[in-house]
Design a protein around this ligand. Structure first.
Ligand SMILES: [Zn+2]
Length: 443
């Protein structure tokens, strides 16, 4: 493999910082999204570098939140001896509660070496790292075997109807690749209480199962309680779900994750069932990847203070471990509720197979991380949230969640929260690791 070229990383970091600030200033809060503005901006940047193989995929229609929804790809053709690599991202961001921010969330303010703004972590910084990786390869004329495809998708934050789902339906040929690098895993400066850099590389993710509970009963006057109150029924059902104890399960996808943590002496105990149960009790994130979880998210009932409602509805957000059958889980919930007058209906369900770790890309990620950050671990992980990778994995394409920055816990908490931010140092590290990963994979 050719030697790594010498690169002026100070200049690249300045450029990436400026680009991220500019990108944050394009408000792509979803809803409504309006990702077209982001695609127009990206197109200008690519063309300025002489990367002209750009295709827009217009998912707009005239429905609410369906306007100006745009997806795009920018491709640098390789010599064709290896199959394409897709650098995947989404251009939309979640909305903000402006009153809680110390900075205008769409200003891209850079203060004391930190870039603030919605999307700074999720995931406009990664978009920029991917962009920079391609720019360096283009500028230095680095020959590459694979097509390198930058794919910017809409609507990830609302489930992907106008983004990945739309592309899979209307432009399935764009999903053709050997590898995808996407969000879904990032590095942590501290892991399970130990200061040790650990880069998560997500190989799978939990499957969303969004359910609606509908309780029906008999209306009546609030002054005369009766046992067929729909809201009482719903509260009982939710309570049963709350106290339902689900087993701690280490899915096969996570064996290596916990083994590596144990071998690195981050975990004191061998990852036995007992140790995992203890861990799930003490750590919410561990519990999320070790159990099928349920969050109650909305509830609606009633029309007046003194009227017993005839109907009451709630939504619950279940996240299933890889391999868990959603129909079976839904039936388990019905059994737990054990009330014929509470219906359980699916609203959104998705699942994904896992990507293997015995691949060329995984090996390269391990090498590059080892060469870049002293003592760093690479952990094949399962992400608690779901991403656009699920569709690629369903098509048999290896897709990793690998955003190579190294976050402190307090910073990672700002994803979807207030004062979302990334340090300039992290942006630099991400640009370096991602570029080198892409270079080695495509040489
Ligand atoms: Zn995201």
């Amino acid at each position: 493999m050719p030697q790594a070229p010498s690169i002026d990383w100070d200049a690249i970091t300045d450029e990436a910082t400026r680009l991220l600030s500019d990108f944050i200033r394009i408000d792509t809060s979803n809803p409504p999204g309006r990702e077209k503005a982001a695609c127009d901006w990206l197109e200008g940047l690519f063309r300025a570098e002489g990367i002209d193989d750009i295709t827009f995929y217009d998912a707009s229609d005239d429905r609410e939140f369906g306007a100006e929804r745009m997806n795009m790809t920018a491709t640098m053709n390789g010599d064709g001896t290896k199959a394409p690599l897709i650098l995947l991202n989404h251009t939309d961001v979640v909305p903000v509660e402006r009153q809680y921010w110390d900075f205008e969330p769409f200003s891209g303010a850079v203060v004391d070496g930190v870039i603030y703004g919605r999307g700074a972590l999720d995931m406009k910084s990664m978009n920029i790292m991917e962009l920079i990786a391609m720019f360096i390869i283009k500028r230095l004329g680095i020959p590459h075997t694979r097509d390198i495809v930058y794919m910017a998708l809409a609507d990830e934050e609302a489930g992907g109807e106008w983004g990945i789902e739309w592309m899979a339906k209307h432009a399935p040929e764009t999903l053709d690749a050997e590898y995808v690098i996407n969000e879904g895993g990032w590095g942590q400066a501290e892991i399970f209480g130990t200061r040790r850099p650990a880069f998560n590389c997500s190989i799978s993710e939990k499957g969303p199962l969004w359910l609606k509970l509908i309780a029906e009963g008999r209306p009546g006057h609030g002054s005369v309680p009766h046992p067929d109150n729909a809201l009482d029924r719903l509260v009982r059902a939710l309570h049963k779900i709350q106290v339902w104890n689900r087993p701690v399960t280490v899915v096969p996808e996570l064996h290596e994750y916990f083994d590596r943590l144990w071998r690195a002496q981050i975990l004191n105990d061998e990852p036995s069932q007992e140790a995992m149960e203890k861990m799930a009790k003490e750590n919410l994130l561990a519990k999320a990847i070790l159990t099928n979880t349920i969050s109650a998210t909305t509830i609606h009932a009633g029309i007046k203070h003194n009227v017993i409602p005839a109907i009451a509805e709630a939504t619950i957000d279940c996240r299933l471990l890889p391999g868990k059958d959603p129909d079976e889980f839904t039936q388990q919930i019905r059994d737990v509720i054990d009330d014929a007058k509470v219906r359980v209906e699916p609203v959104f369900v998705s699942s994904t197979p896992s990507s293997p770790i015995n691949t060329e890309l995984f090996g390269i990620i391990e090498d590059v991380v080892r060469d870049s950050v002293e003592e760093a671990l690479v952990l094949p992980s399962v992400s608690a949230g779901f991403t656009d990778s699920r569709i690629f994995r369903q098509h048999g394409i290896t897709s990793y969640g690998f955003i190579p920055y190294l976050l402190e816990q307090k910073d990672s908490m700002t994803v979807h929260g207030h004062n979302e931010r990334i340090s300039v140092d992290n942006l630099r590290l991400g640009c370096q690791v991602l570029f080198e990963t892409v270079r080695r994979l495509c040489s």
